[in-house]
Design a protein around this ligand. Structure first.
Ligand SMILES: C[S@@+](CC[C@H](N)C(=O)[O-])C[C@H]1O[C@@H](n2cnc3c(N)ncnc32)[C@H](O)[C@@H]1O
Length: 362
């Protein structure tokens, strides 16, 4: 986002009343002329400078919270020289027709569903993407991603939400340890020492598959073995996952025992041991398509289908069914459910967590 020549622009996407007031305070006292500033910079080190700043907000009057923030902004800045507020309702960044085009393309290519409710998320991610491509407009960028598959991949990557952490939802790992693995060993008792095949679908930056791998190392009795495929649509996340480096602030949640046993201390953080890394194959995979994986014993797909609509969720879940062994187990996020969905999975309530199972054949 750029302002008029010779003026500074604030690259802000404000979502709440608190954020608006915080940023206004920062803007009043800290914005140097002729610079592009981001919110984080204001937080770290304000500098005194004139307030000759056009503020551009992605606030929409039709959302009550943002409407309130906009009203407050008008009151707050009314008397301040140099402030101009550009109302995004008059001049939207993404007009309805553009939104519809982008929404339809994203849905077709990934299953990720944007609606009027989360439209602002798409807008801010698109803004960020275009900021790195000086010559692109909303329309030219749409043409680019419609014909250039590589850029489409980058774009899909940029709109994903990748929040994750080690041992996220511990109850699932308790159910894995105390219910799923013992059940599988019973089911497979005819072939002792077989390999349990696990898929972490939508693995983000790797915390989930590494958690599974550490736990399996701990609980799987010899001669049983396991292997994990971990996939995501985000190439950036996969690169980071493959590296296996986690900064100090990302290792919270890992019990000390695991940290000592399965990580090396390196500058600024921790690196996963090779003997854990070698149990995982990281792979680019878009859940819109068949993975080609078959006979999986356990599938983790947590906090992924929450971004899809029901039709896309059903399609993904049914593809999991096809890729799983006759007797196998599926974990989805604790805020996700297959309730009312047209699938053959059975709901299983264990002492630790709920999950789903495929139970076919003899
Ligand atoms: C919120 S993260 C969840 C990570 C991990 N499963 C967890 O629960 O902590 C969701 C991940 O799903 C991925 N994702 C979203 N849509 C996808 C798709 N169509 N195919 C593959 N991965 C997708 C995103 O890139 C993101 O990394």
């Amino acid at each position: 986002m750029t302002g008029a020549k010779g003026e500074a622009s604030l690259c802000l996407s404000l979502r709440s009343f608190a954020a608006v007031t915080r940023c206004l305070k920062a803007a009043r006292s800290s914005v140097p002329r002729n610079s592009r500033c981001r919110r984080e910079k204001h937080r770290r080190g304000p500098r005194r400078a004139p307030c000759n700043v056009p503020l551009e907000f992605s606030l929409r009057e039709n959302s009550p919270a943002e409407g309130k923030a906009l009203l407050c902004l008008r009151q707050l800045t009314g008397g301040l020289p140099g402030f101009s507020i550009k109302n995004m309702v008059d001049e939207p960044f993404l007009n309805d027709a553009d939104f519809e085009q982008y929404r339809a393309l994203i849905y077709k290519e990934s299953g990720i569903t944007f609606t009027p409710t989360n439209r602002s998320i798409l807008e801010s991610r698109l803004r960020e993407r275009l900021r790195n491509r000086e010559k692109s407009s909303i329309k030219t960028y749409f043409d680019t991603i419609s014909r250039d598959r590589e850029e489409l991949k980058n774009f899909l990557d940029s709109i994903t939400t990748n929040l994750t952490r080690f041992f996220r939802n511990q109850a699932h790992f308790d159910a894995l340890e105390h219910f799923v693995v013992p059940e599988l060993l019973k089911i497979k008792r005819g072939s002792p020492g077989a390999t349990l095949k696990i898929w972490s679908a939508g693995c983000s930056t790797g915390e989930e598959p590494y958690t599974i791998a550490m736990l399996m190392k701990e609980i799987l009795p010899p001669p049983w073995k396991f292997e994990i495929v971990a996939s995501d649509i985000s190439l950036k996340c996969l690169m980071s996952a493959k590296e296996g480096f986690y900064s100090d602030n990302r290792i919270t949640g890992i019990p000390d025992l695991y940290l000592k046993k399965y990580f090396d201390r390196v500058e600024g953080g921790y690196k996963v041991h090779e003997n854990i890394m070698s149990t995982i194959r990281f792979d680019y995979h878009n859940l819109k398509n068949d993975s080609g994986l078959r006979n999986l014993d356990i599938v983790f797909c947590r906090n992924v289908i929450i971004y899809f609509d029901e039709a896309a969720q059903t399609a993904v879940i049914n593809r999991f069914w096809d890729s799983m062994a006759a007797k196998s187990f599926l974990f989805i996020g604790h805020s996700e459910s297959l309730f009312g969905m047209n699938t053959q999975f059975e709901f299983v309530k264990t002492e630790w967590a709920t999950l789903y199972r495929k139970f076919t054949g003899v």
